[in-house]
Design a protein around this ligand. Structure first.
Ligand code: ADP
Ligand code: MG
Ligand code: MG
Length: 211
């Protein structure tokens, strides 16, 4: 589909359904290396977004959707993930402000701004075993796909696949940021929950774009 406000709403609506479906999986990942609330945090935040999505004016742009997601996640999701995802969506919204439809360059700008927002907020580097390890490969893959002439849906598909691989790659690592960093070597063998939720969210973006 065209990557317009209808897509942005479809992405977030599907994202909310996916967070709800994967609630227990994310809780269990966070139980292994955190405090067990990540699935609950994400589900609560996205359900709150869903309730507000219909209130957007008819002439809203994708950036307006992302701004709504940002403010809602910041106010409803406790813990680390709320401010991190909130900042990601806020920066993404700014990156595409005023655009009614997003082309490949705008998508890369959106993903880059989201990742940069997470890094600005949380100061994690690649390899620290955080959601950054899903977002940075996604940004790189999106950029490479765009450079290779891919269209918007194909760019998002490349980003989602890279985020999934990035989340999986966190499994053997020690964490250097967030609660999991308190565990030292006991974090080894467990996937980072925030990287996993990020991969799920980007998969929802790609799936809705392909539809
Ligand atoms: P909390 O740890 O406060 O309970 P969540 O469980 O909702 O919050 O989110 C945990 C996730 O947040 C981690 O799996 C990790 O991906 C991410 N995270 C934590 N700290 C940082 C950070 N400084 N930078 C990037 N991501 C982080
Ligand atoms: Mg937690
Ligand atoms: Mg918590």
């Amino acid at each position: 589909m065209n990557l317009d406000v209808t897509w942005a709403k479809a992405w977030i609506t599907t994202g909310a359904a996916v967070m709800n479906e994967h609630r227990v999986e994310l809780i269990n990942l966070d139980r292994e290396i955190g405090d067990g609330d990540h699935g609950e945090n994400m589900d609560r935040g996205f359900q709150a977004v869903l309730l507000k999505l219909d209130d957007l004016p008819a002439e809203a742009n994708p950036g307006d959707v992302f701004k709504l997601v940002a403010t809602t996640l910041i106010s409803t999701v406790g813990g680390a993930a709320g401010p991190l995802y909130g900042t990601a969506f806020l920066k993404a919204a700014v990156a595409v402000t005023g655009s009614a439809e997003l082309d490949g360059a705008a998508l890369v700008a959106l993903l880059t701004a989201a990742r940069d927002g997470i890094v600005l907020r949380g100061k994690a580097e690649s390899g620290d075993k955080t959601m950054v390890d899903a977002w940075t490969p996604a940004v790189d893959a999106a950029d490479a796909a765009r450079a290779g002439g891919a269209d918007g849906p194909a760019i998002l598909a490349a980003a989602a696949a890279a985020a999934e691989a990035g989340a999986e790659a966190t499994e053997p690592w020690v964490a250097r940021k967030g609660r999991a960093s308190y565990l030292g070597e006991r974090a080894i063998g467990h996937r980072d929950p925030g990287a996993q939720s990020s991969a799920l969210l980007l998969r929802a973006a790609a799936d809705t774009a392909a539809g």
